[in-house]
Design a protein around this ligand. Sequence first.
Ligand code: IMO
Ligand code: MG
Length: 421
Amino acid sequence: MKNVNVVLGAFYGDEGKGKVIDYLSGDAKYAVRFSGGNNAGHQVEVDGIKFAFHLLPSGILHKGTKAVLGNGVVIDPKVLIEEINNLKKYGYDCKNLYISEKAHVIFPYHIAFDQMQEDIRENKIGTTKRGIGPAYCDKYERCGIRMEDFISRNFKEMLKVNVKNKNTILKAFKHEKLNFNEIYKEYKEYAKILKPYVCDTTTMLHKAIKKNEYILCEGAQATLLDIDFGSYPYVTSSNPTIGGVSTGTGIGAKYINEVYGVIKAYSSRVGEGPYVTELLDATGDKIRELGHEYGTTTKRPRRCGWLDIVALNYSIRINGLTAIAMNHLDTVGKLDKIKLCVAYEYKGKKTEFFRTNMDFLNGSTPVYEEFEGNFGDISKCKTFDELPEKAKAYVRRIEELTDTPIKFIGTGASRDNIIVR
Ligand code: IMO
Ligand code: MG
């Protein structure tokens, strides 16, 4: 039985995953986050209200859906409680939230380390400074504090050891020391609030699989930010790609059915690192303004550029994408001309294969095909046939070059601005 579908980012993040997830989780019994933490920023607009989720699965907005934070997620309790309280203001009681006992907790020392490491790094990564990397470091170092420890009696002792050890390092870097008592006092209150949500989500999901209930896994970050397959070292510290679904939830690969990769009709990147189709000119600025390309999490202006088929085909192969969801067709449709990168030129040779090697990415230049823009207002189009020919031509060419169907097309910001094929 294959009752698990996955939505994940196919580029450098911020592809509009929230909107696609919101659409697909309508009849889902479970909406599950499997990787990352509050470095993510997913927006969903419902009845004119804009919700920005950093930690909670966006599927939580459907009252019949159980929202799960899987074991692969790192959780900043303060941020999570803020998100829960904010949703309560809009009438969502969050009783449909379940947190894996195996998920790791982000503490102030992780945030301090993220900041300190960025400060001392010569080649800055441009992290979100949310403590994500240091929290995953502790997980692999085997000194992390899991949710089950956080809500247990052992928490105080574990925290004490960690704060002491971190302070030794902070002191060596002449950084302000952290106060154990203050942290403990604050965090034990968070633990009390979160305790009712913590459970064995792996068994919960296994039971759901047995009952053939529909599970939707929600990706955060994206393929080109993957710790293994992204543009290392300019990446995040987890696997937002398909492998992360299994390791971050406990769901075996054989239960996975559709894997939807989300892209924009152009591209963007936030933070440092190579970006072959980046536009450092007025067109890039125009895309940023038209697409409102400013970070949901850090408010940073995003770098913008054309859609890159070389990178997309890599993403399709890494994740085994069965279909594509493409947002912002309306945005590129406001430009006079649209370009699509169909190959790279590297050391005088043309290639259609992406590599994450830094020399390759920094030394490659894009080979473009050009398309007509000026689609007019497409926000009211409900079917593919209703789209203007120029828009259809662009979509069809992407499908042809990727040999993958574009099943969802975003035609505007609202929940309803979506064409499903
Ligand atoms: P969503 O889910 C875009 C980027 C950061 C930085 C790098 C490492 O909204 O698509 P980190 O704080 O994770 O250690 O930073 O990864 N990054 C994102 N960029 N969207 C995201 O999430 C991102 N999460 C991390 O900007 O370059
Ligand atoms: Mg983001």
